[in-house]
Design a binder for this molecule. Structure first.
Ligand code: AMP
Length: 484
């Protein structure tokens, strides 16, 4: 099957050819003809499947006819995060280069005035996060009554972030007769209810099971003590020892932890950036751009900030924290091993993470081996401990990045991109790390490099970690390989 059989316009086909893509991905092959036939579509697909182009390409074809009117966008795309919204815009810029379309982004952290000016000029494609969109409609600067096509992307993520009430409000502001394209990786009951309410006789397109990890990714776990500084030391060792590490995303469960790990790696001479929901938009974009261009090889990130980001060719993913929910593991791991490439995903696992690891192994249908030389009991063996469970639960009562722990809380991004919440991190904050006492030189750390450090101005001040002179376990001094 080639793109030319899908019914796309010549202009769009030329733009696709210019990107070098020759064959549609399964979601594109299945969804594009339905979108062009103006049917509602329920797409069950993860990021990485080519789902963005599955709606962008037919939208470009549809938009070739007609003109935008002031303050009345013709199409609307809802995204859960600013990064995803920006990424969709990049897709329009790339594939729509030959067309004179007005594409506007309405995301938090950017001035209302500039966004207003764009809306006044008339917008063919409006890409928005729900909170900022509603702010504009409430101010009277935006009318959704001209929307012919509505895309709700990453709907299950919207649910996690508490955006479903906003989505319901928005759906009532756009005409009943619009076409709706709805994408989600999973179908929890609340999402099913939304699809039943707001989609009209949709074509269902499902491309892969939501909970699968790709076979090209080597997955390993490394046991760790429960102290955060132990984990940071292990992380540094893993970074130094990892084979073929070109770049890596290091996931933490909490924004505060992102800041701490970022600061710690920076102090130890690693070239690193940070990405989390409390950084302002320009800092997030700058960190992401630098990482994409390879200017910084390491990115410490939270789930919400990193979900769905299109960063090709990430060689390694590290779970500094084991995610609270097993499907977050699948999403994290999905950042590497994309498009058939090899990748490595290593999770640092403390005793209180055992139950989560067991849930992950159950979800992905395989056990995750220990890195060579490490030893502990298996996740499932340790998972049963009620003490572990209690400790884990209390540890998780803290701040999270809007992920599922702590309930489905409402986190709208209304104009609040700059509210960087600098926080101390408890006792860790009190002791000051002595870099001299725990030196990491570029020669000792071939992958930790260039002292040229990455400016990430909005990163909350993080704690310095205590100087820890304890010896590393022997296994950490060896390259990481799967145990056979
Ligand atoms: P997405 O699922 O939309 O995040 O897309 C994942 C990646 O696949 C992006 O890097 C796209 O540029 C790429 N991609 C999209 N469509 C195709 C295609 N037909 N062939 C190869 N790569 C593609």
């Amino acid at each position: 099957m080639s793109f030319s059989h899908l019914g796309l316009s010549d202009k769009v086909l030329a733009a696709v050819a210019a990107t070098g893509y020759t064959t549609p991905t399964p979601i594109q092959e299945q969804a594009i003809p339905h979108v062009l036939a103006r049917r509602d579509v329920l797409g069950i697909a993860q990021t990485g499947t080519g789902k963005t182009a599955a709606f962008v390409l037919p939208m470009l074809t549809i938009l070739e006819k007609g003109r935008a009117r002031a303050r009345m966008p013709r199409t609307l795309i809802l995204e859960p995060t600013r990064e995803l919204a920006a990424q969709v815009k990049e897709n329009f810029d790339r594939y729509g280069a030959g067309q004179k379309l007005n594409v506007a982004l309405l995301i938090g952290g950017v001035s209302f005035g500039d966004q207003d000016t764009k809306l006044t000029r008339g917008v063919d494609v409006l890409i928005a996060t729900p909170g900022r969109l509603l702010d504009h409609t409430e101010r009277g600067g935006l009318l959704l009554t001209g929307v012919e096509l509505l895309v709700i992307d990453e709907a299950d993520r919207m649910l996690d972030m508490g955006f479903i009430p906003d989505i319901e409000r928005i759906c009532k502001l756009v005409p009943f007769t619009r076409q709706t394209l709805f994408f989600t990786a999973t179908m929890p009951p609340e999402i099913r209810r939304i699809t039943e309410t707001f989609l009209h006789n949709p074509e269902k397109v499902e491309v892969s099971k939501p909970a699968t990890t790709v076979a090209t990714v080597t997955q390993l776990q490394v046991p760790a003590g429960r102290e955060a500084h132990d984990k940071r030391e292990i992380l540094r060792s893993l970074l130094r020892e990892a084979k073929d590490l070109n770049n890596a995303i290091i996931f933490c469960n909490r924004k505060r932890e992102v800041a701490v790990v970022y600061k710690s790696l920076q102090k130890h001479g690693f070239s690193v950036g940070a990405l989390h929901g409390d950084m302002d938009q320009s800092a997030r974009t700058a960190a992401l751009d630098q990482f994409r261009k390879g200017e910084i090889p390491l990115l410490v990130a939270s789930d919400v900030a990193a979900r769905g980001l299109d960063i090709p060719a990430v060689s390694h993913v590290f779970n500094f924290d084991v995610p609270h929910h097993a499907d977050d593991y699948v999403h994290r791991i999905g950042r590497t091993g994309r498009a058939g490439r090899a990748g490595t995903a290593i999770s640092i696992v403390t005793s209180i993470d055992q139950k989560s690891m067991a849930a992950i192994e159950k979800l992905i249908g395989r056990s995750i081996p220990l890195a060579e030389g490490s030893s502990t009991t298996s996740s499932s063996e340790q998972a049963a401990s009620p003490r572990h469970e209690r400790a884990r639960d209390s540890a998780r009562d803290g701040e999270s990045d809007g992920s599922r722990s702590g309930g489905r809380k409402r986190r709208r991004d209304r104009g609040a991109g700059n509210k960087s919440r600098s926080r101390n991190s408890g006792s860790e904050q009190s002791s000051v790390e002595s870099v001299a006492a725990a030196p990491v030189t570029p020669s000792a750390a071939p992958r930790a490099p260039s002292i040229g450090r990455t400016p990430t101005p909005q990163t909350p001040s993080a704690s310095a970690e205590p100087a820890d002179h304890s010896h590393l376990p022997a296994f950490l001094l060896r390259p990481v390989r799967a145990r056979v």
